[in-house]
Design a protein around this ligand. Structure first.
Ligand code: PGA
Length: 257
């Protein structure tokens, strides 16, 4: 991808309630001159507090925030869910869609993931679509097949392709399931290979827009490996889980971008 700096995104998962989220911004140290594009995905209930403290710390223009999941309907009888317009109302700019924990723990299907991406784009927010193979699939040599199926389920929608073609913001995250929370990271070469597969499909489906879609790597990224991963070909940034919970570690990852 050509464009501004690398993307450094933090996915807090179900960690950091409102109190801890409020304490986070004052502990961040963004290196002078950093061109990193920084995103944070707190639990939805912590988002307002985090944004208020980012504003207080003078970081509201520097760090964008998003939610980790949405429902594809705008409102209605969906106990426990959050809609895109509600997320937008509290200042979310991005939405994680299809994270492997949503797929594997909550049974989210490719079809639901595609509906969510469509809803996020219609609501004017930027989806961050997560794809990735599990260990069995990798060992069976099925990486390419799995990640292309997950991506194509979304790009098969003409409305989604039209929206992306018209310039809507969209990010991809390649997150091999075996690397998430395990301390086992893909090598920069493995990441590059998977990203190249995704990139060529983006170009095939979206033409000149394809090269502009950032593709992030996620899975056990930490301050020590982030630099090498972000230097790898086709890696436009990182999506960080565990290491984004500590403001010091997250700051070091931003510094490596
Ligand atoms: P991890 O999680 O960095 O803790 O492996 C990454 C993710 O799930 O986005």
């Amino acid at each position: 991808m050509t464009g501004p700096g690398k993307v450094v995104a933090g996915n807090w998962k179900m960690n950091h309630g409102p109190r801890e989220a409020r304490a986070f911004p004052s502990q961040l140290r963004i290196p002078d001159g950093s061109s990193a594009e920084i995103l944070l995905f707190p639990p939805a209930i912590s988002l307002v507090g985090l944004r208020e403290e980012l504003e207080r710390a003078g970081l509201a223009d520097r760090i964008e925030v998003g939610v980790q999941n949405v429902h594809f309907e705008d409102s209605g009888a969906y106990t426990g869910e959050t809609s895109v317009s509600m997320a937008a109302e509290v200042g979310a700019s991005h939405v994680l869609v299809g994270h492997s924990e949503r797929r594997h723990i909550f049974g989210e299907t490719d079809a639901e993931t595609a509906k969510k991406v469509g809803a996020v784009l219609r609501g004017g927010l930027a989806p961050v679509l997560c794809v990735g193979e599990d260990l069995d699939e990798r060992e069976a040599g099925r990486v390419e097949e799995v990640i292309l199926r997950q991506l194509e389920t979304v790009l098969a929608s003409e409305a989604i392709r039209a929206s992306l073609g018209a310039g809507a913001r969209f990010l991809l995250a390649y997150e091999p399931v075996w690397a998430i929370g395990t301390g086992r990271t893909a090598t920069p070469q493995d990441a590059s290979a998977a990203h190249a597969v995704l990139r060529s499909h983006l170009v095939e489906r979206l033409g000149s827009r394809g090269p502009q879609i950032p593709i992030l790597y996620g899975g056990s990224v930490n301050p020590d490996n982030a630099g090498d991963l972000m230097s790898a070909a086709e890696v436009d940034g990182v999506l960080v889980g565990g290491a984004s919970l500590d403001a010091g570690d997250f700051s070091r990852i931003i510094g490596a971008a």
